[in-house]
Ligand binder design. Structure first.
Ligand SMILES: C[C@](O)(CO)[C@H](O)COP(=O)(O)OP(=O)(O)OC[C@H]1O[C@@H](n2ccc(N)nc2=O)[C@H](O)[C@@H]1O
Ligand SMILES: Nc1ncnc2c1ncn2[C@@H]1O[C@H](COP(=O)(O)OP(=O)(O)OP(=O)(O)O)[C@@H](O)[C@H]1O
Length: 284
């Protein structure tokens, strides 16, 4: 019997991203508060004699269509059951919001639901530092190089994602860092009562990659200024290694209004409102 599953690959954003050191192998130690949004890519997996990949959707241009695609690499790593993969891209690539890692993680969740065996964590590391957190797709504090995860409770919060149309390679941003030994977040994270409290606390935290990424892509500064100027914006910050920036809002209405305003001002930018991703896949 042919089986099919649809899996969602939610966008990842780093509400904070502290770079706290560097390992002997050159990878950076992080302390990051990571959340997932209800904006994302969609994968359809359908039983087939062998693995294949088709990339569709509004942001498919430039995404690798062969063995280099992280979804395909994840499928090869897992080994089976074989499926025809249709990857519908809605998230920009090389944008600091998970992209490829989110797709790979969604592929693994889908194949597991179809009877596949999840590879060991050490094997998964080859798919990227963001893979473990994307596999959970739940709010988390992420430490080490991305492998140490703790669940975090978040209040209701709403976001606008803004990508000013420039791809920023992650490795180039890490390489351009001026300081690699910065303070972590406090050992004990607070319990935030609402979005305003969360934003107040986040304002005292950092994304340590933001200065380096902004030197590489000055459009990041423009995006942050534009977000900061929207009504109801509680915080504006870059996610991951950029160039996508996010605004934090207390309500879906405020985020929706800000996204509409920004879209009218900047028609060439990729802009979307989003809420927190609460999980749930669809089996068919
Ligand atoms: C910046 C973050 O997005 C924060 O969530 C991640 O740390 C990056 O995760 P990712 O995109 O899955 O990155 P990877 O594909 O593993 O790494 C890309 C490159 O970024 C650098 N890199 C990445 C993660 C890390 N902890 N230290 C690093 O120095 C390395 O040069 C690496 O070759
Ligand atoms: N499924 C995929 N979607 C997007 N890019 C992919 C995918 N598979 C491989 N890539 C390649 O990975 C590169 C990095 O893209 P990705 O969207 O993972 O961004 P990122 O900025 O590294 O994300 P983050 O740092 O937040 O994890 C792209 O330039 C692209 O060539």
């Amino acid at each position: 019997m042919s089986r099919a599953i649809e899996v969602f690959a939610p966008a990842k954003i780093n509400l904070t991203l502290h770079v706290t050191g560097r390992r002997a192998d050159g990878l950076h130690l992080l302390d990051s508060l990571v959340v997932f949004l209800d904006a994302g890519d969609r994968l359809r997996l359908e039983s087939a004699p062998s693995f294949s990949l088709e990339v569709t959707g509004p942001l498919a241009a430039g995404v690798p269509v062969g063995e280099d695609n992280l979804a395909m690499r994840a499928a090869r790593l897992m080994g089976g059951p074989a499926v025809a993969i249709t990857l519908e891209k809605h998230l920009p690539a090389a944008a600091g919001i998970g992209g490829g890692s989110a797709d790979a993680a969604a592929l693994l969740r889908g194949l597991a639901a179809l009877g596949g065996t999840m590879p060991a964590p050490e094997a998964l590391a080859a798919l990227g530092a963001d893979l473990p957190v994307c596999l959970r797709s739940r709010p988390a504090r992420m430490r080490g190089i991305g492998e140490r995860l703790e669940a975090v409770e978040l209040p209701e919060a709403h976001f606008v994602l803004v990508n000013p149309g420039v791809a920023v390679p992650t490795a180039a941003v890490f390489a351009a860092l001026e300081s690699r030994d910065n303070p972590p977040m406090p050992e004990q994270l607070p319990r935030w009562g609402d979005a305003a409290e969360l934003a107040g606390w986040l304002g005292r935290m950092r994304n340590d990659l933001e200065p380096a990424a902004s030197r590489i892509a000055p459009q990041i500064g423009e995006a942050l200024d534009a977000i900061t100027g929207t009504r109801g914006c509680l915080l504006a910050r870059m996610s991951g290694s950029g160039a996508t920036c996010f605004g934090l809002y207390a309500s879906a209405a405020a985020a929706g209004e800000a996204a509409a305003r920004l879209g009218a001002e900047r028609p060439a930018w990729w802009i979307t409102p989003a809420g927190l991703w609460r999980g749930g896949e669809r089996l068919s």
